[in-house]
Write a protein that binds this ligand. Sequence first.
Ligand SMILES: [Zn+2]
Length: 191
Amino acid sequence: MSHELHAKQGEIALAIKNILDSLGEESTRDGLKETPKRVAKSLIELTSGMTYTAEDIAADAIFDCDSDGLILQKNLEFYSLCEHHLLPFFGRVHFAYVPNKKIIGLSKVGRLIDIFAKRLQVQEKLTKEIITALDEVLRPRALAVIIEASHLCMMMRGVKKQGSTTLTAEYLGDFKTNHELRRELLDIIKQ
Ligand SMILES: [Zn+2]
């Protein structure tokens, strides 16, 4: 571990210990004494997307292709942290595009989603960041990113809304202008 990362982990752990004490817990008791360090490690991992760019991931994953048919990937799992409550929100990303001479290795899309999910986020921004990154590396004829997610900050606290999911969608190119095409896409995703 780098000196910098070690110092960062120590700082976060100390802050977590303070939170535990402020909650009225005894941060030195058996079950909790390693918790600040564990939480620090886990928070660093859950926000590690900040240290990458989409180009890092896409660099060796873009291929030439003559096809101009629809490419759709459904149900890509993601986990993120809401920046308002630091509680998880998670769900599925669906993405579709009509290529313009370039395609992306399908296994890399999950990695690309992770870069933006592993940050403090809001769902709308996550959707926008994923579509912007995919647009930059692919410049496709049409592009859609749709996210369905459950937010623990809504499910566990306040007005409890169990089972409700939040849907966000961003469209570019033909999906933005051609409503018929967009409807077809939504029908396929619902199947
Ligand atoms: Zn929240």
